[in-house]
Write a protein that binds this ligand. Sequence first.
Ligand SMILES: [Mg+2]
Length: 182
Amino acid sequence: MSKKIVAIDMDDTICHLIPKAIHYHNLMYPDLPLTMEQIISFDLSGIWHPACTDDIFFGRPGLYEELEIFDEYTIEEVKRMTVDYDVIVVTAARPASVPEKWRWLQMHMPFIPFDNFFVAKRKYLLDFDLLIDDGPHNLIAAKEAGKQTIMIPRPWNAPVQQDFILKDSWQGMNELVGQILT
Ligand SMILES: [Mg+2]
């Protein structure tokens, strides 16, 4: 029997995008600093500096290569997961950031082969068994399609956290995936 497929998001699931993007935003616009707690939706246009744009906030050259690992357990847990599951990394990357994201994966998780790197915004079209993600839109769509889900709790998914299994650290993630998929 083929392995079950576990789809893992990148930004704010295995690495921290929003804190780094906020950091650069605040360096550029010190008169209007943002905090994590303010990020309560994926639409930031109402809270970032009026001069800020999607390209400035999310498209800074090199941004995706310098993102920090989610926590000290992330790499080991993902690596262990590849023993029992077909682990695919699925990211809704901006086209220009795809090479940066692939290089980040190669640097931190070289055990993820190119075949398992998916760039997809409409993740619900993929045939995975379980999705680990922070994006409410991805998790809701996966759930509606009958897939299993694990939500990384972040300020922007607070309104729907009660509908999902939450895991705010990668410590023990394998065990949780095993419990859900057996
Ligand atoms: Mg994400």
